[in-house]
Design a protein around this ligand. Structure first.
Ligand SMILES: NC(=O)c1ccc[n+]([C@@H]2O[C@H](COP(=O)([O-])OP(=O)(O)OC[C@H]3O[C@@H](n4cnc5c(N)ncnc54)[C@H](O)[C@@H]3O)[C@@H](O)[C@H]2O)c1
Length: 351
């Protein structure tokens, strides 16, 4: 029998919830501890998932000798600090997106991973989303001829998390928080672009809809690859009607369209409404397309199963999930911001 992998989750709210739900589906894993500064959140989480120990601080969780893998579900600005502390203490790490909020912090994570030799799994779930895995296989088989142009976006009506609204705790706005997903997926698929052109709404009073967000509420990047392939990525907070996660591929002999969030086989008409349809949908009356299994559709379950298999030596970590990959994704995000600020095309070195 495969050995058990013991997990400590840091952050007991939104991302913590879907990680806990998905860990429960990965055989041979067990959540040994949770940490959250918020007493109410960690107690509720501990009781819901029957976790033996709950701590206020991540340092206590890292010191827990039963915790092998530290799963970071805390706000963006803490990713580098907690990942570094965990690897220094001999723990392996799952790091939610983004790897860090600044290039300097990202470099420190990469350096610590290399020095300690611990495993760091950059958790870009789109790499494991079943519909995208299938789309990638069809494109690789030549199903649309030579892929020429890809588009990807994650958009909704504004993050629920107060940490996402401040530059200091988020690292930016909708580009680093939402467009980071298509950027991570295309980095997995195509590697590093040579050129990046970015445009954003500017943050605060310059935003299209959300002046309370210090970072931009709309942003796009146009990525140019050495072989001529073009990619457009987008993240915005001005999209009503539920979260839109979409990828399109245009090839010399065909087209692929993936709708990860609105692609449900289920259609419901409800006069009174019901509990839940999809992430960030405002209501559930009238016609809706409720997700059948949102966590599996978005790739979280297969992602955590893959990381577990890597820890057991049963799989090689796929491209796009290393500390270096997470850092490269951050470089692309940073280049979009630089291009927007300076009003010019940015060339990425070493790509
Ligand atoms: N992959 C995805 O699709 C996806 C989706 C949502 C969020 N995320 C990522 O997950 C992370 C968490 O986001 P969220 O939406 O769950 O945020 P959230 O605000 O809902 O929850 C964050 C939790 O972290 C806790 N926390 C803050 N500082 C802490 C500290 N020093 N020590 C311990 N706990 C602390 C807070 O009390 C809170 O309970 C973010 O980095 C976000 O980018 C990823």
């Amino acid at each position: 029998m495969a050995r058990e992998v013991t997990i400590g989750i840091v952050g007991a709210k939104f991302a913590g919830e879907f990680h806990a739900d998905c860990w429960a589906r990965v055989p041979g894993t067990r959540i040994a501890a949770v940490a959250d500064l918020d007493e109410a959140a960690r107690s509720r989480f501990q009781a819901k998932y029957r976790i033996p120990r709950a701590y206020a601080t991540y340092r206590e969780l890292i010191a827990d000798r039963e915790v092998e893998l530290v799963d970071l579900c805390v706000p963006n600005f803490l990713h580098a600090e907690v990942a570094i502390a965990a690897m220094e203490a001999g723990r392996d790490v799952v790091c939610e997106k983004p790897l860090a909020t600044t290039i300097a912090d990202g470099e420190r994570v990469v350096a610590t991973q290399a020095r300690t030799g611990r495993r760091l799994f950059y958790a870009e779930d789109w790499i494991f989303a079943p519909a995208l895995v299938r789309a990638k296989a069809i494109a690789a088989e030549g199903g649309i001829g030579k892929p020429l142009y890809w588009r990807g976006k994650e958009c909704h009506n504004g993050s629920h998390s107060p940490f996402a609204m401040k530059l200091k705790t988020c690292g930016g706005g909708s580009v680093i928080h939402l467009a980071v997903h298509p950027i991570g997926f295309f980095h997995h698929l195509l590697g590093m672009p040579k050129t990046v052109l970015g445009s954003c709404s500017g943050g605060g009073a310059k935003n299209l809809l959300h002046p309370q967000f210090e970072g931009e509420d709309w942003g796009i990047g146009i990525l140019g690859y050495a072989d001529g392939t073009k990619v457009v990525v987008e993240g915005n907070y001005v999209t009503a009607g539920g979260m839109e996660d979409c990828v399109e591929a245009y090839g010399s002999d065909g087209v692929i369209k993936v709708e990860m969030t609105f692609g449900s086989p289920l259609s419901v008409y409800s006069r009174k409404g019901f509990g839940y349809a999809i992430e960030k949908a405002d209501f559930t009356h009238g016609w809706t397309r409720p997700a059948v299994d949102e966590h599996a559709n978005l790739g979280y379950t297969d992602e955590l199963a893959h990381f577990t298999a890597c820890l057991r030596g049963e799989a090689d970590q796929v491209r796009g999930t290393s500390a270096r990959d997470g850092f490269n994704v951050l470089r692309i995000v940073d280049a979009i911001y630089q291009s927007h600020r300076e009003g010019r095309l940015v060339e990425l070195e070493g790509s």
